[in-house]
Every structure is written in structure tokens, then in C-alpha cells.
Design a protein around this ligand. Structure first.
Ligand code: HEM
Length: 150
């Protein structure tokens, strides 16, 4: 297995980054849908039903699979000999960023259920603010893994 991970390293890294891009697309788009859903679609309206369909499909068909593939290929890279030096700082700052990104994914999942139950209490402004979080985390993660400061 270890031999395979070392041989397939460039492919695993490539598919890791491809999955990251798909996951990030959803992490940027879903909170945006929540902004318009909260501000323009009263519970029970046709627009409410349309937003619920868009949010459910984005989460189930794109974001969940992309997050799982990002984690699977990411962990394959973690277990590839020589890839991570845990005495450096970057693996820890990246890990913190990735755990926060995964928490945000699940926070969005819970908010989707609020809308589906007609129980969203958060204003559009909250979702606009939360929409900044994946950008900040993306910068921390990518600078950690590519620049490797410290
Ligand atoms: C979900 C759990 C994740 C794990 C376990 C993980 C782990 C890793 C590891 C071990 C590497 C290889 C570093 C190397 O080749 O030297 C890597 C590469 C990379 N990761 Fe992740 N990662 C995860 C999530 C993410 C996320 C969320 C992003 C961006 C938002 C990201 C962006 C990248 C990039 C851009 C590279 C390529 C760096 C390069 O080619 O130099 N990763 N990841």
C-alpha cells in the first residue's frame, strides 16, 4: 500500500486539488443561496420550494461527495512517506484550517435543514458575513501547504 501511495503521489495530489476546487465552489455558493432565500422567499412560497431544491442538490450531489474525496485523497497524501514533516508549522495550520472548513460545511448542512423545515431565523446579513469564512480559511490552507512559512 505504501509503495502504491508513493508511486501514485502526483495523481493523488492532482485529484486532491480537483476535489478541493469542487468543494470550495459549493462552500462559496451555498451561503449565497441562503442570503437570497432568507431575504426573498417566505416559507411555503414557490421561490422557497425552488431554493430548497437547489440547496439540497448542491449539498448532496456536489459538496458532500467533493468533501469526502478531498478527505480521502488528503489522508492518502498524509500517509505517503516523506510528504509531511510534523515538526514544521504548516501541517498544523493547514489541519486547523481544514477542520474549520469541515465544521463550516456541517454548519451549512444544519442551516439547509432549518430552511427545509421553514424554521430559518437568521437574516441575510448573517449568511453574507459567514460567506467570508471560506475565503479566509482558503488563504490560510493554501499559504500553509504551498508557501510553508516557519
Ligand atoms: C480535508 C482534509 C485535507 C487533508 C488531509 C489534506 C492533506 C494534504 C496533503 C498531505 C498534501 C500534500 C502536500 C505535499 O504534496 O507536499 C496536500 C496538498 C494540497 N492541499 Fe490538502 N488536505 C486537505 C484539505 C485541503 C483543502 C480544504 C484545501 C484547500 C482549500 C487543500 C489544498 C491543498 C493544495 C492546494 C495542495 C497542493 C499543494 C502542492 O501541490 O504544493 N487541501 N493536502
Amino acid at each position: 500500500m505504501i509503495g502504491f501511495l508513493s508511486e501514485a503521489y502526483p495523481w493523488i495530489r492532482a485529484f486532491h486539488v480537483i476535489a478541493v476546487i469542487a468543494w470550495m465552489a459549493g462552500l462559496f455558493y451555498l451561503p449565497r443561496l441562503f442570503v437570497y432565500h432568507a431575504e426573498n422567499a417566505p416559507p411555503g412560497s414557490d421561490t422557497d420550494a425552488l431554493f430548497q431544491t437547489m440547496e439540497l442538490r448542491l449539498l448532496r450531489l456536489i459538496m458532500n461527495p467533493a468533501m469526502i474525496v478531498t478527505w480521502v485523497f488528503g489522508l492518502c497524501l498524509v500517509f505517503t512517506p516523506g510528504v509531511i514533516d510534523w515538526t514544521a508549522i504548516w501541517p498544523w495550520t493547514k489541519t486547523a484550517g481544514v477542520l474549520a472548513m469541515t465544521w463550516f460545511h456541517h454548519w451549512l448542512g444544519r442551516r439547509r435543514k432549518d430552511f427545509a423545515r421553514g424554521q430559518n431565523t437568521r437574516p441575510g446579513r448573517t449568511y453574507r458575513l459567514m460567506n467570508e469564512l471560506p475565503t479566509v480559511l482558503l488563504i490560510i490552507i493554501v499559504v500553509s501547504v504551498i508557501v510553508r512559512p516557519g
